[in-house]
Design a protein around this ligand. Sequence first.
Ligand code: 1GP
Length: 239
Amino acid sequence: MNYTDAWYGNWRHVFKLDPDKEITDEALEAVCMSGTDAIIIGGSSGVTFENTVDLMARVRRYALDCVLEVSTMDGAVPGFDGYFVPIVLNTSRAEWINGKQTEGLKEYGTFVPWELTAAQGYIILNGEATAARISGADAALDAEDVVAHVRMASRLMRLPVIYIEYSGMFGDMNVLEAARGALDGDSRLFYGGGIDNAEKAAQAARHADTVVVGNVVYTDLAAALATVAAVREVQSAKA
Ligand code: 1GP
């Protein structure tokens, strides 16, 4: 399958919003009207049914895709435009590779809208990130290790999305470039982590299909908004 035809296949820029964090209506409007392609709702801790539904309902007032990254069964909420199910590739703790996912599928498997659901192969490269600590990810990978993980995920497992995750810190762009080179053409490459200005967004956009901007929304809204145009510019130069 060619995943450019998938529901997330044309996304260049997305904002990831954390249901456990406060955002004003004005800030949310600016984010949703920024020209970004989609909002991903997801977080590593404090995600509940209530705060997920609440944020979804607020984003729903705007005409852009709103999708859920399902990281806990508590936060599995119907009604999103799409669902990502993360699989952590660089951990030896099986619960994060297939344990929690099969637990979830035992409970909710018959309700999953499969045409709107995609696995994300996460390679978590910031050992300080909450997701790395929770999942026991081995973040000390060099470019060669990352290439092997990408080959496994993209070529052997044929995962539709490979996610280079540096959440909380800006990553090594040489590693991202190496990941790009190892990717099967059908998988989509997501990059997220530490993008807090337009220049960093542009750097990531040179190698990633989709650039994910998270925390800066809560710390410097203007800088967050500037990442949208920066990504667009690089992507149109690539096209
Ligand atoms: C987190 O990849 C995203 O899952 C974005 O990271 O919050 O560091 O922007 P930041």
